[in-house]
Design a protein around this ligand. Structure first.
Ligand code: NAD
Length: 249
């Protein structure tokens, strides 16, 4: 399949996990793919790395300008970079709240501001934000992270409305717990990683973690002309965690 032939995509956090799986799949489907990451590292043929901290407006602007100049435009923005935070509302002070919201939410805004002038010139423009089931599920001990992803969900809806007339579709994916290096690090830090993995898997009705490739398939669908009538939606890839959860009072 080559539905991205002639299109240029930028993937933040594209060096690892969900972002990397998405970058690989976009390249396999014919896109020219820019990986924007704190540490792009060694990338295979077909992916081009650009060092970029989404926490820096200056770095974001210069990375997007460099991508557009190198590839002659930008059609698809995958806003995927994000960081975690643990605990209830007492666990983190103001500085940590500002830091996580700055990376997870304002980072996506920075990318969108820089990318919009290019996307407006595209024949097939799409933004896909990586949200999380945490935006909806009331997960325990994830107050700050959940708040950041709730903001990503609302931002997605607002942007989808604001850019209808520009013919830029804006959607998000909501992964459940996905088997990525991030989750690997969390498991390594747990007292009993195998028990923790089993607990995370059991939380999802299908009884397993989702894979980065499964999330990437959803992201790429929302980025592609196959979803041309879809904007302002959130697609869960969560082993049934949201749709099948027991409903509260
Ligand atoms: P990961 O840690 O494997 O990859 C994240 C990538 O983002 C890394 O390459 C890292 O260098 C990059 N990054 C981090 N901070 C950055 C910054 N300031 N600027 C640029 N790049 C930066 O993580 P992952 O599990 O693939 O998660 C990717 C996204 O998916 C995140 O937004 C996360 O919130 C979301 N998500 C993950 C899960 C999960 O269970 N893994 C579930 C739901 C949502």
């Amino acid at each position: 399949m080559s539905e991205f032939e002639g299109l240029v995509a930028a993937v933040t956090g594209g060096a690892s996990g969900i972002g990397r799986a998405t970058a690989d799949l976009l390249a396999a489907r014919g896109a020219k793919v820019a990986v924007l990451d704190l540490n792009p590292g060694d990338l295979p043929e077909g992916l081009t790395g650009f060092r970029c901290d989404v926490g820096s407006d200056e770095e974001v602007r210069s990375a997007i300008a460099a991508v557009a100049e190198r590839f002659g435009g930008l059609d698809v923005l995958i806003n995927n970079a994000g960081i975690g935070a643990q605990g209830d509302v007492t666990a983190n002070g103001d500085d940590e709240w500002h830091r996580v919201l700055d990376i997870n939410v304002v980072g996506m805004v920075r990318l969108a501001r820089a990318a919009l002038p290019h996307l407006k010139n595209s024949r097939s423009a799409a933004i896909v934000n990586t949200c999380s089931i945490a935006a909806w599920a009331g997960l325990p001990n994830r107050a700050l992270y959940s708040a950041s992803k709730g903001a990503v969900l609302s931002l997605t809806l607002a942007m989808a409305t604001d850019h209808l007339a520009d013919r830029i579709r804006v959607n998000c994916v909501c992964p459940g717990t996905a088997d990525t290096p991030w989750v690997g690090r969390l498991l390594d830090a747990a007292g009993d990683p195998e028990a923790e993995r089993a607990a995370l898997a059991a939380r999802q009705p299908m009884g397993r973690l989702v894979t980065a490739d499964e999330v990437a398939n959803a992201v790429v669908y929302l980025a592609s002309p196959l979803s041309a009538s879809t904007t302002g939606t959130a697609l869960a890839v969560d082993g049934g965690m949201y749709g099948l959860r027991p409903r509260g009072p």
